[in-house]
Design a protein around this ligand. Structure first.
Ligand code: UT7
Length: 321
């Protein structure tokens, strides 16, 4: 069966660590509140780097591991909601930075579900026989969209990038599902920075991220188990066969709740938000790369990737490693 296989992973996080105690100096919060509500202890934040530079660094590591040369890449999809420019796309910038001269490149906007959407989209191209080799990236610098005086959001997020090289093969992605609900767009939203209007005499204003945390929480713990069950049902895969559930790293309590609803042991739900916070579209590929480099993924292992976020968007992919 023609499908798509991940043949290399890479990730990158900025050097600068910002702890919960550091944030307690700028907003009315504390380490205990953040840790117990989210599982986050610290995050990495950029100083000089942008979304595309981080994406290119993660991409280079994935390419190196895969042995695929930049000029062999036919498609680059960057899942991001924090592009450095309105245009050119971040994917085109990555193309220039890594020398992927033969690739078609574009960004995909699905917030924290960006990597899963991008991977599934590349898979569809590969399955249709249009491309054979793709580079998928999730990269976000949400620190530039955050209102740093809003304790309800600023303690949650971090910056980072993760990437995967995907090739046509006989084994790999076994199934996938994606969903969107545009009627709930306002529960997790970031205003554009290009909202000026000449005729109305409106100057462009800075847009910041705002979130209804409890609504996002409820949505995630309902929809993630649902979409995972669907993918398993589509492919006739028993839940017990899944070695790991690699979920978007937003909040440890969300992961615990999903595990409980699926009746699966927490041992199968790796987590690293403790160190990086919620890195949006980058969280799944960063975790996947860490697991891969730690030798935790063996050929034949079945793993689920599942993301959820603004849009609202959510989805899952079943992979045989
Ligand atoms: O990629 C998807 C991104 N989004 C998410 O994953 C968000 C999902 N939602 C969540 O993770 C949780 O809803 C939060 C962690 C955001 C909040 O936890 P919660 O248990 O839903 O808290 P809450 O919003 O009900 O707030 C409880 C209290 C409030 O105070 P009062 O009204 O009870 O006096 C908040 O003002 O906690 C207060 N609070 C804080 N206190 C200390 C809110 N943020 C903070 C803070 N530090 N940073």
């Amino acid at each position: 069966m023609l499908t798509s296989r991940i043949v290399g992973t890479g990730s990158y996080v900025p050097e600068q660590i910002v702890t919960n105690d550091d944030l307690a100096k700028i907003v009315d919060t504390n380490d205990e509140w953040i840790r117990t509500r989210t599982g986050i202890r610290q995050r990495r934040l950029v100083t000089e780097e942008g979304t595309s530079q981080m994406a290119a660094k993660a991409a280079k590591r994935a390419l190196e591991q895969s042995g695929v040369k930049p000029e062999e890449i036919e498609l680059i999809i960057l899942g991001t909601s924090s592009q450095d420019y309105c245009f050119p796309s971040g994917a085109c910038e990555v193309q220039a930075m890594i020398g992927a001269v033969n690739a078609v490149c574009y960004d995909l906007s699905a917030a924290c579900t960006g990597f899963v959407y991008a991977l599934n989209t590349a898979h569809a191209f590969i399955k249709a026989g249009i491309y054979r080799t793709a580079l998928i990236i999730g990269s976000d610098v949400l620190s530039k969209l955050i209102d740093w005086s809003d304790r309800g959001t600023c303690v949650l997020f971090g910056d980072g990038a993760g990437a995967a090289v995907v090739k046509a093969d006989e084994t790999g992605i076994l199934g996938m599902r994606m969903y969107s609900d545009g009627t709930k767009g306002d529960v997790l939203i970031c205003g554009a920075r290009t909202n000026g209007n000449f005729l109305l005499g409106k100057k462009p204003e800075l847009g910041y991220m705002t979130m209804n945390g409890q609504e996002v929480f409820k949505f995630a713990v309902k929809k993630v188990p649902e979409v995972i069950r669907q993918v398993l049902e589509d492919t006739g895969t028993p839940m017990e066969e899944i070695r790991y559930f690699v979920l978007h790293q937003a909040n440890y309590r969300i992961i615990e709740s999903v595990a409980k609803r699926l009746k699966v042991d927490m041992e199968k739900f790796p987590a690293n938000m403790e160190y990086y916070g919620n890195t949006s579209g980058a969280s799944i590929p960063i975790l996947l790369d860490e697991m891969n480099r730690a030798g935790k993924l063996n050929p034949g292992d079945k793993i689920i990737l599942s993301g959820f976020g603004g849009g609202l968007t959510w989805g899952a992919t079943l992979i045989q490693w």
